[in-house]
Structure formats: C-alpha cells, structure tokens
Design a protein around this ligand. Structure first.
Ligand code: OSB
Ligand code: MG
Length: 368
C-alpha cells in the first residue's frame, strides 16, 4: 500500500471512575488517534497508548505526536509497503514504540480492509472468542474493592487483577482470598517494589495467586530473575518487555513465567506477533494487557488476542467499564461467559463513530 495522508487527533475521554495504580491516578484520558488514508481510498485506524504523563513509560501524548510527525511519517511518506514491513521500516528510530504502534496498527487495519478480511485472520489468529479478565485499580477501602470484584464476577469475567502498592498489598489480597477462595486472582505492582521487599512479596505465596505482574523496576529484568528464584508465585512481566530481545532475555534468565503483551509498549502487531511466537516456542503463555484504550485500541487488542498463545484471560474488557459512550460501533461487549467474540467484519471490525470522535477532538494535524 501507499499512504496518501495520516491524520493525528487528540481526543479527551472521561473515565467513568478514576483508575489508581502505584504510579498515579487517571481520570481524564488524552488519547492520540491516528487515521491513515491509503492511495486507493481505504481508511485504517490506530491508537497510541501513550499516557498523559511519563510514569508508566517515558512516552506521552506529546512525545508520540512529535515522533510521528517529525520522524515516522517522513519514513513512510511516498513509499510502497505492506503492513508487515512497517515495523522494520521504522527501526531507525530507537524506542518510541507507542508512537510507532499508532501508525503500524493503522496500516494493518487498512490492509485487512483492502483484502476484505478480519484483522484477526490477517494476523493469523485462530480464536473465535477471547477469554477476558478485569484490571481493578486501587480502591479507597477493602469493602469497595470487594464490591468491584463481585460485580466483575457477576458479569462473567474469568480472572480478577487488582493493583497493589507498598502499604496496600497483603491486606486486600488476604481479604479477597477469604471472600473468594476459588477465583483466578492476580496482582499488578507496576514496578513499586525492590528486591529488599522480597520477604514481603514471598508472603503473597500463601494466596496462590495466578501471577504477580511487574513487581520490580520497569527496565530491570535481572532483578526479577533473582526474585523469581525466591517466590512461588509466577512473575509476569509487563513494563520490562519492550521488544523481542527483552522477551528472550527474560525467558533465558527465568525472570518470569508469563508475559503480558501490549501493542503500544512493543510497537505494534508485527513486534507483538514475534514476541508471541517466541513465547509459544518456549512454553511461556501470554495475555493481552490494556492501557485504558478507546474502542479503536481495544479492537486491535481483540484481534491480537485471537493468536493461539494468548491462552490466559487478558485485560481486554467491555467498553462500558470505562466510558459512558465509546467511539466505536458496536461497543465492545462481553458475553455472560466472560469472553469477547472476535469480529468477522473486515479490518478491526468495529466502526469508528466519526461524529463522536469529532466532538471529542481537542487537536488535529493532517500530514500529507
Ligand atoms: O499495568 O496493566 C497495566 C492501565 C494503565 C497503565 C498500565 C496498566 C493499566 C491497567 C489497565 O492495568 C488495564 C485496562 O485497560 O483495563
Ligand atoms: Mg501491568
């Protein structure tokens, strides 16, 4: 394909309730959406998962915008390529994977639409439905947390993840395990601990969690290898895995037993698939993480989750958990069995609602 232009948009979306992690609280999402128009008139949609602040990763909406406009678009402009080539074309830019992913995933949507096939199929996905879990932020009280957990279980979600941070870890986990002894439960620390906390993290073993996600430094694979030798709970890496070599290092050093793949963090579908394939060869199950995405990013997550080694429930859940109204039609819905049906329409299979997107747009730039 050849791209005629790309349009960058910043939209603002209010979360239905604040989302608190060990690194901060999110209320209003600023989301960079990218619309790519091909020479033959097909439109592909992408979303950067860059945050409002450089706290989860160093990227922000501002850095992603700048990198897309000044570096990534000039590398693609006027060129003929397939979606599967984009990751390698953009490789001279080091890092900035969330910026890269925004345009890379849009080209995959466009190519699937050109071919008239669902994106999941173009990527090689084999699942008709994906298993879903929820990620529940830090709550003001244990009672509030237990209520959120119960609501999610009532809706059918197959796995519960709660956020933890120092001072808010053993107690909520103990309380939940007491009330829900049989559920698939896990915790996510978002890098809030250090190896000095190993004894405390070891106490989590008593609660047979299915995993602990990213307890230590955001780019410190080595320390996780030391911690994993000391605890029974499987470690899942999120923040540490930015590229294939990180996944290889984590597997070889036995720093984790599970990997969370996020399209933004790894730079799009091609990079995600390479990590997926490497993990599959090494019997490391993967699951799809979430970044409080709009329906566009969520649709891409669903397509990616249809690949065979996404065998654990991910953080991909229904639109209505986040937004009063999503920007795609239909909204993303979860079945009573806690699954999402992979759409069968061409491309991402959910139609962006242009009227709604326009009304949420705070900034726009067209690059030709
Ligand atoms: O660590 O998985 C994370 C949200 C923002 C930044 C990091 C994370 C998260 C989540 C939310 O856990 C997952 C979701 O989109 O529901
Ligand atoms: Mg995480």
């Amino acid at each position: 394909m050849r791209l005629r232009k790309i349009t960058l948009r910043e939209i603002h979306m209010q979360l239905l309730s604040p989302f608190q992690t060990s690194f901060g609280t999110s209320n209003l999402r600023r989301i960079l959406l990218l619309e790519a128009l091909t020479a033959d008139g097909v439109v592909g949609w992408g979303e950067s998962t860059a945050g409002e602040n450089p706290f989860y990763s160093y990227e922000t909406v501002e850095t992603a915008w700048l990198i897309l406009r000044d570096y990534l678009w000039p590398m693609l402009r006027g060129r003929e390529f397939a979606a599967a080539d984009v990751w390698d074309i953009l490789s001279p830019v080091r890092g900035h994977n969330m910026a890269k992913a925004a345009v890379e995933i849009a080209t995959w949507d466009a190519e699937a639409k050109q071919k008239g096939v669902p994106l999941a199929k173009l990527l090689g996905g084999t699942r008709a439905e994906i298993p879903c879990g929820v990620s529940i932020g830090i709550q003001p009280s244990t009672d509030a947390l237990a209520k959120k957990v119960k609501d999610a279980l009532d809706q059918g979600y197959q796995r519960i993840k709660i956020k933890i941070k120092p001072g808010c870890d053993l107690e909520p986990v103990r309380a939940l395990r007491h009330e829900f002894p049989n559920i698939r439960l896990m915790v996510d620390a978002n890098s809030a601990y250090s190896l000095e906390d190993a004894a405390l993290l070891k106490q989590l073993d008593a609660f047979y969690l299915i995993m602990i996600e990213q307890p230590l430094g955001w780019d410190d694979i080595f320390s996780h290898s030391i911690l994993q030798r000391q605890i029974e709970t499987p470690i899942c890496l999120d923040e540490c895995i930015h590229e294939l070599d990180h996944a290889r290092a984590a597997i070889e050093t036995r720093s984790c037993k599970i990997i969370n793949i996020k399209l933004g963090r790894v730079g799009g579908h091609t990079a995600a698939r390479r990590i997926h394939d490497l993990c599959e060869k090494n019997s490391i199950p993967v699951w799809c993480g979430g970044m409080l995405e709009s329906g566009v990013g969520r649709a891409h997550n669903i397509a990616m989750s249809s690949l065979s080694n996404f065998s654990l429930p991910g953080d991909v859940s229904a639109s209505k958990r986040y937004w009063a109204g999503d920007i795609v039609e239909p909204e993303v819905e979860v079945t009573p069995q806690g699954t999402i049906r992979v759409p069968t329409a061409p491309g991402i299979g959910y139609a962006p609602r242009i009227d709604r997107i326009e009304s949420l747009t705070k900034r726009r730039e067209v690059l030709e």
